[in-house]
Design a protein around this ligand. Structure first.
Ligand code: 4AD
Ligand code: MG
Length: 432
């Protein structure tokens, strides 16, 4: 294979001549010198070229080259403390691969969000989006690595399903030949079956919610990583959540420092994300809300506002347990000490971000589970396979779903979830 050089590894080539292949992201000129900002998907670097360093013809071409044209530049790498990123390239040769045909629509001036969202396919080239989406990929890898290194089996679950998992109000319906099918809201029910076969499992995939919520934390299509563990109770599930989230944050801190710097993220806030995380019950959370002057009646579900208030009470993620049965799906196990509540747990991210993880211990008893499903109007015939997980060797078990974009939004410290996924699907947006 030919030798390739990437901006992300530029420190390895200090003092050497390299050829970089990328796009023109910015340009300044001071008389006879051009400062080109080049990006290649692994980073951004300043390349300097003086008139006379290269053929006049290419110098003129570079002076007028439209933004986001593609090019190859060859030059010597030198450490420079003034350069963003710490290195600079002194160009001795350059070649334009494809000059942009038109003026690039995204300029240095402020653009409105609708304009940027319409140009999402180009917006993802900019440094802020580069930082967010690189952090996303690291966070996903850290989560997968957490499970892979602990003996979990990755068994991905179907997207096209005949039934609901998280209630029928947010289902996307589609056709499966002659039948109706629904886009998966969660892999959980299938995870429960694979956990009975493989002990510790997880799935990673998209989830769909036809939710008419237009908030800064809702997507219509989002990604979830969902573990499920046999012979596990609520405390075990909380330990896993805590360790997983702490490890995701630690990995981003150690590997994505430059990206966090681009986002001007408060690093101290992320460094506090270490076990143990506070654990409180739903009832305690209700008290906390009322004490904070945010009146809330026991029994209701926390809305985004309530979670924001709660999550400001803590300096790291907090786990809220034992929600009332009425606000949680049919599969939640009862709390043996208080029949009003369930063995459920949500993790709320600090700094006002709110819920990032939802899960708990699953109802084990087949008869009671079936009764709950009937109460909830769940079509029992379609769920016989699910009830079999209880009929043949039921065990205490549990799991959770971690919303990738919710976690990325919080780790990046950005105000809206729309930037945490390459092409967001939102209430009023399915394009590009
Ligand atoms: O709390 P949820 O609805 O739980 C479940 O789906 C369970 N069946 C998961 C399980 O136990 N295996 O969703 C889990 C997480 C939430 O905590 C949140 O992080 C994310 O998925 N999430 C969303 N993210 C973006 N947009 C939405 N509309 C989301 N809905 C849930
Ligand atoms: Mg939830």
């Amino acid at each position: 294979m030919r030798q390739r050089y990437y901006i992300g590894d530029i420190g390895d080539y200090d003092g050497q001549e390299v050829t970089l292949e990328g796009w023109l992201a910015g340009r300044r000129s001071s008389g006879k010198i051009l400062f080109l900002q080049v990006r290649d998907g692994t980073g951004f670097i300043q390349c300097v070229v003086g008139r006379g360093d290269v053929d006049d013809e290419i110098f003129e071409e570079l002076s007028a080259l439209p933004m986001e044209s593609s090019l190859r530049v060859t030059g010597c790498v030198a450490a420079d403390s003034r350069a963003p990123g710490g290195f600079e390239v002194s160009i001795v040769g350059a070649e334009v691969v494809s000059a942009a045909a038109l003026e690039y629509p995204i300029t240095r001036k402020e653009h409105g969000v609708p304009f940027l969202m319409d140009h999402r396919h180009l917006w993802i080239r900019s440094s802020r989006q580069f930082a967010i989406l690189r952090i996303r990929t690291t966070a996903i890898r850290a989560a997968k690595n957490y499970f892979d290194s602990r003996g979990y089996v990755q068994l991905d679950t179907p997207i096209l399903t005949p039934t609901a998992c998280e209630g029928t109000t947010t289902l996307f319906e589609t056709n499966y030949f002659e039948e109706s099918a629904y886009l998966s809201q969660s892999g959980q029910l299938y995870n429960e079956a694979t956990a009975m076969a493989f002990g510790k499992v997880y799935c990673l995939g998209p989830a769909f919610r036809a939710e008419k919520s237009k908030t800064r934390r809702h997507l219509i299509e989002f990604w979830q990583i969902e573990p499920e563990v046999a012979f596990a109770d609520l405390d075990d599930i909380m330990d896993i959540q805590e360790e997983l989230v702490a490890e995701m944050v630690a990995t981003v801190l150690s590997e994505r420092g430059p990206e966090l710097a681009i986002l001007e993220r408060d690093i101290d806030a992320l460094e506090r994300v270490k076990a143990p995380f506070p654990r409180i019950t739903y009832s305690e959370a209700v008290e906390l809300l009322n004490k904070a002057g945010h009146s809330f009646e026991w029994g209701g579900d926390f809305g985004a506002e309530d979670e924001t208030v709660l999550s400001r009470e803590f300096d790291r993620p907090a786990m809220v347990t034992r929600y009332p049965r009425a606000v949680k799906p049919f599969y939640m196990e009862n709390d043996p000490d208080d029949d009003r509540v369930t063995l459920s747990v949500d993790m709320l991210a600090p700094e006002g971000y709110g819920e990032i993880v939802g899960g708990g211990q699953r109802m084990m008893d087949a008869t009671e589970l079936e009764a709950r499903m009937r109460e909830d109007g769940v079509p029992i015939d379609d769920y016989q396979w699910y009830l079999d997980t209880r009929r043949y060797g039921a065990v205490p078990h549990g799991g959770f779903g971690l919303g990738i974009e919710r976690v990325v939004t919080w780790i990046c410290g950005i105000p809206h979830i729309r930037e945490s996924i390459p092409f967001p699907r939102m209430l009023n947006r399915m394009r590009p």
